[in-house]
Design a protein around this ligand. Structure first.
Ligand code: 5GP
Length: 215
């Protein structure tokens, strides 16, 4: 007999790898934090980096901070889904417990650049959802970078240069959102996540559910 109390959103589903990329200053970090605060079903995939921690950054929360030798060792042991050089430092996504957790329906948020996105997508197309955040204009991007007040002119210039390069990869993403207003952008990102969770292929509980409906 079909159980009439089984609700649609209680069905088992496979987790997804939700990638947010943007040039730095377009609001990706803010949107990521809002999403992690608002949604219990998604966790941040914490990257490993050889870059030194910035003020306020905590090892194991923002990144796992390692030296070059430790990073080399992880590469040699095939511990990364992907890794890349960014601003002269290495950044990588550790496989850790992601693979098994996806099977149990855990979603992961990835704050990675286009290179990492491409590599993750090549490794695991079915689980990856790629979202790119654009600034409303180049002038606004520069204003946001300067308002952080942490970087020198030379660093800002390098980040602007890199931002243009990053933007050129917009068409390698499934979704593109323009961050004119952070709340509106956040709402759009959540809609994407909600819809992707409902994809038939991810809803592994549908087969038994429909079998019961039809019995
Ligand atoms: P930041 O040093 O400002 O935290 O990050 C610099 C850049 O590195 C950002 O564009 C960020 O998306 C990228 N990044 C962070 N973690 C990873 C990672 O694990 N893999 C790749 N490919 N890029 C990453």
């Amino acid at each position: 007999m079909a159980d009439s109390t089984v609700s649609h959103d209680k069905l088992a589903r496979r987790g997804l790898m939700f990638i947010l990329s943007s040039p730095s200053g377009a609001g990706k970090t803010t949107i990521s934090r809002m999403l992690l605060d608002a949604d219990d079903e998604i966790k941040l995939s914490v990257s490993v980096t050889t870059r030194p921690p910035r003020t306020g950054e905590i090892d194991g929360v923002h990144y796992y901070f390692v030296d070059d030798a430790e990073f080399d060792e992880m590469v040699a042991e095939d511990d990364f889904y992907e890794w890349a050089y960014v601003f002269g430092h290495r950044y990588g996504t550790p496989k850790g417990r992601i693979r098994n957790a996806l099977k149990e329906g855990q979603d992961f948020l990835f704050d990675i650049d286009w290179q990492g996105t491409q590599q993750l997508f090549q490794k695991d197309q079915q689980d990856v959802v790629r979202v790119f955040i654009l600034p409303p204009s180049i002038a606004e991007l520069e204003r946001r970078l300067r308002s952080r007040g942490t970087d020198s002119d030379a660093v800002i210039a390098a980040r602007m240069e890199r931002a243009r390069a990053e933007i050129s990869h917009w068409d390698a993403y499934d979704y593109v959102v323009i961050n004119e207003d952070v709340e509106a952008c956040f709402d759009q990102v959540r809609e994407i996540l909600d819809a992707e969770r409902m994809k038939r292929q991810r809803q592994t509980g549908l087969i038994p559910f429909v079998r019961e409906l039809m019995a």
